[in-house]
Design a protein around this ligand. Structure first.
Ligand code: NAD
Length: 483
């Protein structure tokens, strides 16, 4: 089959990369190249920047109701193409179609709908200043934003940036991950069909080293919203420092899952299976360190192992498949190297750890990996401290509430945590002590777009979500009027 060639999207037109270079995108389930991706350079970023800068004056002055209308139209059009987008996301990323159909794409639709509504209903601050007059705040669009996204939830995380960015009146140069360009490419036609003016959103495809870095180092792109790894986040801070850019960084995690003996056992187990292995464990919010109170430790571990063994790994298009393929060969090798490290560090592989033996011939070269549960490691081991970002979890017993909190907080990361207990007071106490941007009690991955989202420690800088997104994507100005 002929390979599809993706092109950049600048000024609402598809354009070839300036040097004419492309690289292959691989289909993770088959391990075969299936599309050509532009290897964009600084020159392509400059073209995109110019389009965005030209579109900015008019878009930034377009009233909120008009902007909201376009965002609602984008949401509707995207929703009407749900199945097509879900299939494309799955083929490109490796995840089950069903997951993309029920989570990734609907959440991308919600991103546009939510921020359309939010700018319509958000109210700025105003207050009387006795003896002087009164003060009020005004939100000013900032300019051209650089939006850089990862490969694990490609469309969902890219639209999490595009929607508030343009809702606030900015224009954008976007760079999706080089591993997953397809749904961003499809989105371009949705944006155009929805009537988004030319130049408001521009898409430059390519690598982090070339296109990504050119965005970060562009002197006239004053804000960068980045989701990706912590090491890349540090580079972005360093490379943008001299320009005093506004940065929002959503980075890695090594999230704890604390299971108390008084939990709803079946619910905790069922959800822990999901939080361990959904999207092949490639969600920054996956709970990869499971701490279980000793009286239920053996029973929980057995349940987790039995549950993991029962999960189906394989053809992502099949509706009964739970895990598809990991995103790339390099990532598969990285995850497997952590399983090997876990064994060297004294861990016991309770289940998984291998490529599934029973894959159909067409998937034999795919990047599949069995869900893997490791016990017997100590919290100082690298396997329990470093982000693996695959279908691998460690399980460890604890005795007291204080110990559980200390174990969970003993991490360089602080993205999310889930706590399982039926004791409401304990839930509030523990949630209050946990150093993480999001704590779920008796649930996981519930997303409330009105709430702040972000990480503590090396999991990120800043918060997005609700009013926090509006704060990031606009300059807040105070105006004081004398009587
Ligand atoms: P990554 O850091 O390798 O890449 C992310 C994006 O940054 C890609 O588009 C990449 O091309 C680009 N990039 C790479 N180097 C760059 C540079 N020097 N300058 C500018 N851009 C550059 O991350 P990844 O492997 O795509 O994604 C996995 C990571 O993302 C994991 O660590 C995961 O935890 C994290 N993540 C975090 C969240 C969150 O909300 N906190 C959500 C999803 C993923």
């Amino acid at each position: 089959m002929a390979q599809l060639t993706i092109e950049n999207f600048i000024n609402n037109e598809h354009v070839k990369p300036s040097l004419g270079n492309y690289f292959d995108a691989f289909e993770p389930a088959r391990g075969l190249p299936y599309a050509k991706i532009p290897d964009s350079t600084k020159d392509d970023v400059e073209l995109a920047y110019k389009a965005a800068a030209t579109a900015f004056p008019e878009w930034s002055k377009t009233g909120r109701p008009e902007r909201a209308k376009v965002l609602y139209r984008i949401a509707d059009l995207l929703e009407s193409r749900l199945d097509e987008f879900a299939r494309a996301e799955s083929r490109d990323q490796g995840k089950p179609v069903e997951l993309a159909r029920t989570v990734d794409i609907p959440r991308a639709v919600s991103n546009f709908r939510f921020f359309a509504g939010r700018i319509l209903h958000s109210v700025e601050e105003a207050g009387e200043l006795p003896g002087v007059g009164f003060s009020y705040t005004q939100r000013m669009p900032i300019g051209v934003a650089g939006l850089i996204s990862p490969w694990n939830l490609p469309l969902y995380l890219l639209t999490w940036k595009i929607a508030p960015c343009i809702a606030c009146g900015n224009t954008a140069v976007c760079k999706p991950s080089e591993f997953t360009s397809m749904t961003a490419y499809l989105l371009c036609s949705v944006l155009k069909d929805a009537g988004l003016p030319a130049g408001v959103v521009n898409m430059v495809f390519g690598t982090g080293m070339n296109a990504g870095q050119a965005i970060v180092e562009h002197p006239r792109i004053p804000l960068i919203s980045f989701t990706g790894g912590t090491v890349t986040g540090a580079k972005i801070i360093a490379n943008s420092a001299r320009y005093f850019k506004k940065l929002s960084l959503e980075l890695g995690g090594k999230n704890a899952n604390i299971v108390f003996e008084d939990c709803d056992f079946d619910l905790a187990l069922k959800t822990s299976l999901r939080s361990s292995f959904a999207n092949q464990g490639e969600i920054c919010l996956c709970g990869s360190r499971i701490f279980v109170q000793r009286p239920i430790y053996e029973r929980f571990l057995n349940g987790l192992v039995q549950g993991a063994k029962a999960l189906k790994v394989g053809d992502p298009t099949k509706s009964d498949v739970n895990l598809g393929a990991l995103v790339s060969k390099e990532h598969w090798e990285k995850v497997v190297s952590y399983i090997d490290l876990g064994v060297k560090e004294g861990g016991k592989i309770e289940c998984g750890g291998q490529k599934p033996p029973s894959l159909a011939d067409e998937f034999k070269n795919g990047y599949f990996l069995e869900p893997t549960v490791i016990s017997g490691l100590t919290p100082s081991c690298r396997t329990m401290r470093e982000e693996i970002f695959g279908p691998v979890v460690t399980v460890y017993p604890f005795d007291t509430e204080e110990e559980a909190v200390a174990l969970a907080n003993d991490s360089e990361y602080g993205l999310s945590c889930s706590v399982w207990t039926e004791n409401g007071r304990r839930a509030r106490r523990v949630a209050g002590e946990i150093q993480a941007g999001t704590v779920w009690v008796n649930t996981w991955m519930a997303r409330d777009l009105r709430m702040p989202f972000g990480g503590m420690k090396q999991s990120g800088l800043g918060r997005e979500g609700g009013e926090h997104s509006l704060d990031f994507y606009s300059e807040l100005k105070t105006i004081c009027l004398a009587d």
